[in-house]
Design a protein around this ligand. Structure first.
Ligand SMILES: *Cc1c(COP(=O)(O)O)cnc(C)c1O
Length: 387
């Protein structure tokens, strides 16, 4: 489905770490974080061992806890909602824009108004069970889906009107821009992720950026077992975690960050080839970008199948021809543990479910050739014409 883009420079950087003795908490984590301060222009960049742990630290630093409500999207990778469950907070889903798959800011505004007012209007946004009377709306967590930033100006308005923390899950969007501003700079804090299919990789890894000094202080401490500045190795001011990023990963990531523009350009090229060749394939729609606001950064390439075509059949036929495709995303509210805890049912978020039924990720990475893209599109057309 995807392939990391690595050169000798990455291999040499990792080897250099292994020739020394500092395998964690050494110089490379600082270099890696500095690259993100430079890139985003934000004063704080904090490397962590996954995107999920970065999101969890944002949730904790925002003071989100037991019973608190957080508005977010069901059309995402599960981690963006799970981090609320880690703190016994309640993700309150609102449906998404059918074009971009990003959280619908008008629905979020309506939900925030009703939830803040309380009473019976609040009920229609809440899940069937799994929340307490008197629960307070605390935050809004938006996700930059597939590398296209959510409409953060509108989300920011909602957040400031109702006094909410605004968290940006930018794990799929390193390199993207929204109205000329970089993804990752659009909320109170934001998270990038570096699993091998992301725009840059550290193997496993993530990073939090923020301009908020207090949040940065808490996140720094909590990533390191709750040690505040001045605490010794066995002093722990706060409840924390081991969410540190090791030096091999940081060294790898620093080289990848140096190559960011090159990596993004190669991915854009592959996406352009897909757009060109998919144009001739009937029954399939290429990903939709809002050109007036978005400079995308391609994470995955998710096409949509027309409603009359059966995706599982198309996927099975493609697999027989050696082309892997994946359904993308599988709606979060219909995952078994979410259904069990909150009582969600099919039909609760129709746009998310429609996109979830029709979306499929095609093989995608910056190292694909135009011939490979053509082959995928050729096989896709041939499978669809038989279906
Ligand atoms: C990749 C990703 C994450 C974080 O994933 P990790 O595997 O924990 O690094 C979080 N949210 C979204 C939307 C993602 O795509």
């Amino acid at each position: 489905m995807s392939s990391p883009d690595l050169t000798d420079a990455e291999r040499e950087a990792v080897l250099q770490v292994l020739q020394g003795t500092a395998l964690s908490m050494g110089p490379y984590i600082h270099q890696f974080e500095e690259a993100f301060r430079q890139y985003t222009g934000l004063p704080y960049a904090i490397g962590v061992n996954s995107g999920t742990s970065g999101l969890h630290l944002c949730v904790r630093a925002a003071g989100i806890g037991m019973g608190d409500l957080v508005l977010t999207t069901p059309f995402s990778f599960v981690a963006s909602a799970n981090v609320m469950l880690f703190e016994k907070a309640v993700p309150v889903f609102v449906d998404v824009d059918p074009l971009t798959g990003n959280i619908d800011p008008q629905l979020a505004a309506q939900a925030a108004a009703d939830l803040s007012a309380g009473g019976s209007d609040a009920r229609r946004w809440l899940p069937r069970r799994g929340w307490d009377d008197g629960a307070r709306l605390k935050a809004l967590l938006g996700v930059d889906v597939f590398g296209q930033p959510a409409d953060f100006d509108a989300l920011h308005q909602v957040a400031s009107r109702f006094g909410l923390h605004l968290i940006e899950d930018s794990c799929e969007a390193l390199g993207a821009e929204y109205k000329g501003r970089k993804a990752g700079t659009l909320g109170d804090c934001a998270v990038f992720a570096f699993y091998p299919n992301k725009q840059i990789t550290t193997g496993e890894g993530g990073l939090v950026v923020t301009a908020d000094e207090k949040m940065a202080h808490m996140i720094l401490a909590m990533r390191n077992q709750g040690r505040a500045p001045g605490d010794t190795w066995l002093e722990h001011t706060y409840l924390g975690y081991n969410y540190r990023l090791d030096e091999m990963s940081a060294a790898l990531g620093t080289v990848q960050m140096n190559r960011l523009e090159e990596l993004l350009q190669k991915r854009q090229q592959v996406a352009d080839w897909y757009a060109k060749h998919l144009d001739k394939v009937e029954g399939v729609t290429a990903p939709q970008i809002v050109p007036s606001t978005t400079r995308p950064s391609w994470f995955v390439y998710v096409a949509r199948l027309d409603r009359h075509l059966e995706r599982s059949l198309v996927a099975a036929r493609l697999a027989e021809r050696g082309i892997p495709v994946r359904p993308y995303f599988s709606p979060i509210h219909l995952q078994p543990y979410m259904v069990e805890q909150f009582g969600y049912q099919p039909g609760d978020f129709p746009v998310t479910e429609d996109l979830g039924r029709r979306g499929f990720a095609l093989p995608f990475s910056g190292v694909m050739s135009e011939e490979q893209v053509e082959q995928v599109c050729f096989e896709l057309a041939s499978v669809i014409s038989q279906a």
